[in-house]
Design a protein around this ligand. Structure first.
Ligand code: CBF
Length: 743
């Protein structure tokens, strides 16, 4: 979520009042804003997308709630020590004024135990989940004010607590002190800490506990509210739509079915029809390591009744598939929710598809890939209409108005109002001013001020001075091999070596650059940590090299988070979105950078493709192999058909000559490319990458043209408003209409 104060003041229109009031008291509003701790309850794009959803749903007056966990520790704080990432716990809850504890709203959540089967006098079978352990979920509410509306929605976060309350006094009084404390601690562990992996699943029991705890508490809440209306169960899907933001909450499908059949006494078919009409599932990634699977024995132990229901769902589903494809035995094992491995695994994405009425990807290419690869059997089974695309977006309130107030003000001045913040397509009107020299100058001044603000932050946090006239080249996102920060840093080394080989005359023609990186590596992702280490080692050498001076600086901004993104995005000249084609679901920082007047260099991947369609090919720097060629290239590498790019070889030679510290530190990174198949196609794309960067340099030299590109791109970004996204979900998936709130 990032910080709340600034966003809340802007959304309710009170920032000027607050500024004046604080100034009367002798404070600057900015200083107060900077006191706030980021709420960092997610890992990357997935969580931030949810935060943008909340802002849009409130702004557009959709009666919607967000549900999540109130982690005591959010994503770790990152420090860089001797070039290495060090993780520090992020305790963010002290002085958090934004949450309202709702101690009266608690839900008992059951784990473990066993299932008993009963039969009544009419022969009707029922199941009861008994014994096991109970943990309490306590609600904490976070208000989400919409922009320019009275609507304030709610984000409900669940915190775990021992069911006996703070502490089991019965056990305590009986002298069983240790077990009284242990019970309390075990319960509190559930919401203690966010798993810090982005796009990687590890199958730990505590994580499954978190997921069920979250789903069960949220569904209980939803069902409780629905029951108050005294409507018939058949109306449930007309009243309620639940969107699964990836597979992490898929157990909610099983939990609703359980509530309906075990608690409310509905027949299986009626319940299942309600369930499937209620849920929608958004897939955010095709990366195989991110696709959730839970071991059957683990689930059997933790959630015995849910596993039974999953088997039942699977049985009915497979029977229907068998009927439709009687001659295709293989399809049954391919689409089964249960993978017949050792141990058997529950495939959560399949469960999510089978339990939802719509499945969508987050950018056109990604949604197409889902239909033609990962989920192609399901397209055959359900037909293409079940699968759709909703390309991601961002909220212009935070990512333009709040992050870049001067640019927002300039646009408002030209358009005559701030209406574009509610209808981003109005931005297209600023293209009319592209030939206005004074406007272009103002645009340039704002970019320069934003660069100065970032330069100040860099100086304060790293000690390095950077030249604000240099081209600021930014890559900030989670560190992952598929996002290819390694390609970027190899490109930087190539640039460094090239400058060093230049004569004094040649150096005069070099466009000065500041290469800025930021992002966290999952603590257990060793290769990602190696990439961070290499970036920092390269920075050590390059930044101190007197032959280089201002021509190149390398900066690693530690602890990248939402509030740092708000400083970084408005300050970039070019930003990098360079994942191997076909691997990035959408990407959303690409949109944030373009909306703030930065140009981008990118592969034909995720939303880059649609950004190109909207802003025009002349305004973006695309490079690299296409998604359709990736499999073939990998296949060829696998069979030994691989030749290291000669320029990349020169980069590797420098690393192997210990130019950036001990070569042994980077040998695995190099051999993953040289010897182990170059899965992410770094070598295949290297030449195209560095030639495209030469084009960036050339374009940057013509500042007037650059400004035209920048303005035209911003003008054409209307499509990427989260409001468009939210309306698409509301129309095509949720069947929900806005509800106007009267004064
Ligand atoms: O859809 C939001 C984002 O989700 C991810 O971060 C994710 O699956 N964890 C994807 O990797 C992004 O491409 C996507 O923009």
């Amino acid at each position: 979520m990032g910080r709340t104060l600034d966003n809340a003041m802007l959304n309710v229109g009170l920032k000027d009042v607050a500024r004046d009031g604080l100034s009367d008291l002798g404070f600057r509003v900015e200083d107060v804003i900077n006191q706030e701790h980021d709420a960092a309850l997610g890992n990357g794009g997935l969580g931030r997308l949810a935060a943008c959803f909340l802002d849009s749903m409130a702004t557009l007056n959709y009666p919607a709630w967000g549900y999540g966990l109130r982690y005591r520790y959010g994503i770790f704080k990152q420090e860089i020590v001797n070039g290495y990432q060090v993780e520090i716990p992020d305790y963010w809850l002290d002085n958090n004024p934004w949450e309202f504890p709702r101690h009266e709203i608690t839900v008992d959540i059951q784990f473990y135990g066993n299932v008993k089967k009963y039969q009544d006098e009419n022969g009707r079978i029922s199941h009861s989940w008994e014994d096991g352990e109970i943990v309490q979920a306590v609600a904490y509410d976070v208000p989400i004010p919409g922009y320019g509306t009275k609507t304030t929605n709610n984000l409900r976060l669940w915190s775990s607590k021992a069911s006996s309350g703070e502490f089991d006094f019965q056990k305590f009084n009986a002298g069983d002190y240790e077990s009284a404390v242990a019970d309390q601690q075990r319960a509190e562990t559930i919401s203690a800490v966010l798993y810090p992996n982005d796009n990687l699943e590890r199958g730990k029991e505590l994580r499954l506990k978190q997921q069920y705890f979250w789903c069960a508490a949220s569904l209980f809440d939803i069902v409780r509210r629905f029951k108050k209306t005294k409507r018939a169960w058949g109306e449930f899907p007309d009243q309620i739509a639940i969107q699964l933001n990836d597979t992490h909450p898929t157990l909610a499908i099983v939990e609703l079915q359980r509530i309906l059949i075990d608690k409310e006494g509905l027949e299986w078919d009626e319940a299942w029809s309600i369930v499937t009409k209620t849920f929608g599932y958004t897939n955010h990634t095709v990366l195989p390591e991110a696709l959730e699977k839970w071991s059957v024995p683990l689930m059997q132990n933790l959630l015995p009744r849910h596993l039974q229901i999953i088997y039942e769902i699977n049985l009915f589903f497979l029977q229907s598939v068998e009927k439709r494809f009687p001659n295709d035995r293989d399809i049954l094992s391919r689409v089964s929710i249960i993978e017949e491995s050792h141990p058997k695994m529950v495939r959560m994405a399949y469960l999510a598809i089978i339990g939802s009425h719509k499945v969508n990807g987050v950018a056109e290419l990604h949604s197409d890939l889902l239909k033609t690869t990962l989920f192609k059997d399901f397209v055959k089974i359900y037909g293409p209409d079940r699968f759709t695309n909703v390309t991601n977006g961002i909220t212009p309130r935070r990512w333009l108005h709040q992050a870049n107030p001067r640019l927002s003000a300039l646009i408002a001045e030209k358009l005559g109002s701030y209406d574009f913040l509610k209808d981003l397509t109005l931005l297209d009107k600023i293209e009319a001013f592209v030939d206005d020299k004074a406007f272009r100058e103002e645009w340039a001044v704002i970019k320069r001020e934003n660069k100065l603000r970032l330069a100040k932050h860099i100086k304060a946090t790293t000690g390095f001075d950077v030249n604000p006239n240099a081209l600021f080249d930014v890559q900030v996102k989670r560190i992952h091999e598929y996002k290819r920060q390694q390609l970027n840093i190899f490109g930087v080394i190539h640039r460094y070596l090239s400058i060093k080989a230049m004569s004094a005359e040649e150096k005069k023609k070099v466009v000065p650059r500041v290469s800025i990186f930021g992002g966290k590596a999952a603590p257990g992702y060793w290769m990602a940590k190696t990439i961070i280490h290499l970036i920092n080692k390269v920075a050590d050498v390059v930044n101190k090299d007197p032959e280089i001076g201002d021509l190149l600086k390398v900066i690693f901004i530690a602890d990248y988070n939402v509030s740092k993104a708000e400083i970084i995005c408005p300050a970039s000249d070019i930003s990098e979105h360079i994942s191997t084609a076909g691997t990035e679901g959408s990407g959303t920082s690409n949109m944030k950078f373009v909306l703030n007047g930065g140009l981008i260099i990118g592969t034909c991947d995720g939303a880059n493709i649609e950004i190109t369609r909207e802003i025009g090919e002349q305004n973006i720097f695309l490079f690299g192999n296409l998604a359709e060629d990736v499999e073939d290239l990998r296949h060829r590498h696998f069979y030994g058909d691989f030749k290291l790019d000669p320029q990349l070889e020169r980069v590797f030679d420098a690393i192997k000559d210990n130019v950036f510290g001990d070569k042994a530190d980077f040998s695995a990174l190099i051999s993953s490319i040289e010897e182990h198949g170059d899965y992410y196609l770094v070598s295949d794309d290297f030449n195209s990458y560095i030639t495209t960067h030469e084009m960036v340099d050339e374009a940057f030299q013509n500042q007037e043209e650059w400004l035209v590109k920048s303005i035209a791109s911003v003008a054409r970004m209307g499509f990427f408003s989260m409001d468009r996204v939210t309306n698409e979900y509301a129309d095509s998936i949720w069947n929900v209409e806005p509800l106007d709130v009267k004064d």
